[in-house]
Design a protein around this ligand. Sequence first.
Ligand SMILES: Nc1ncnc2c1ncn2[C@@H]1O[C@H](COP(=O)(O)OP(=O)(O)O)[C@@H](O)[C@H]1O
Ligand SMILES: [Mg+2]
Length: 279
Amino acid sequence: MSTATDAPHSAAAPVFELSDIGVRFGGIVALDGVGLDVRPREVHGVIGPNGAGKTTLFNVACGFVTPVQGTIAWHGKPLDGLRPHQLAGLGIARTLQGLGLFDKISVLDNVMVGADRHGRAGFWSGLLALPRSSRDERTLRERSMTVLDELGIADYAGRAPASLPYPIRKRVALARALVAEPELLLLDEPASGLSEEEMSELGDIIEGLSERISVMLVEHHMDLVMRVCDRITVLDFGKVIAKGTPAEVREDPAVLAAYLGNEVTHDDSVHGLNGGENA
Ligand SMILES: Nc1ncnc2c1ncn2[C@@H]1O[C@H](COP(=O)(O)OP(=O)(O)O)[C@@H](O)[C@H]1O
Ligand SMILES: [Mg+2]
């Protein structure tokens, strides 16, 4: 959550906007008229019970799933059929649950791969032994080390990801997303597989990031969502059932009903919704 001002985002034009998004998988309506906008330096959470459509919405935002209806706009300009390879050029980075790291090259090299938005003569040309500027490489290496340091994993720069525990690998994947200096970071369940303490550190990291970039956070750990998000969009059965600040969403009867109605997540979710501040 940005701490620059008390009402940091209310007047700002959105960076990223999903409007009236519809997605169908065969006969299943996964998303129906869903919209949200992410403002500059906002952390925008997407929550909802299992099957609500969160991952589908994330995949639409990444260009993995093409909606049958609706528009995606970047800085107010509609994108005509967003594809995953366009994200970096726009200034959008993402991390995925399957981390997608190269296990046999070093952590540092993995992070340097993420920098193609800025690297003129990039990592791949290096691998292919094409001529490139050693100055570019030095700059990229330094920037990658800075990001690793910010995330507290600089000590692992020379290690192979395969040799590291999952929470560290998750940070490497985050570092790789951040080294491109995105304007918007899309995070899908970043807290999954983390301990309470690691989740709290992740909260610190996200709060730090929101001083300079926007974040769309799909996450089911309520404590984290309630702590770091400026605004939250709540999905249920493919529709938006509530939107607002954490405090507004937490009290919203439709949200409580959606979580209470969901047996699988009943205990966790209700506890999390109401106990987020104290946990
Ligand atoms: N690739 C797919 N094929 C068919 N149905 C899918 C697919 N992905 C998701 N769905 C369905 O779409 C709905 C929303 O799923 P999802 O976006 O994964 O929800 P969430 O992430 O909130 O748990 C669910 O009914 C799910 O079964
Ligand atoms: Mg999901």
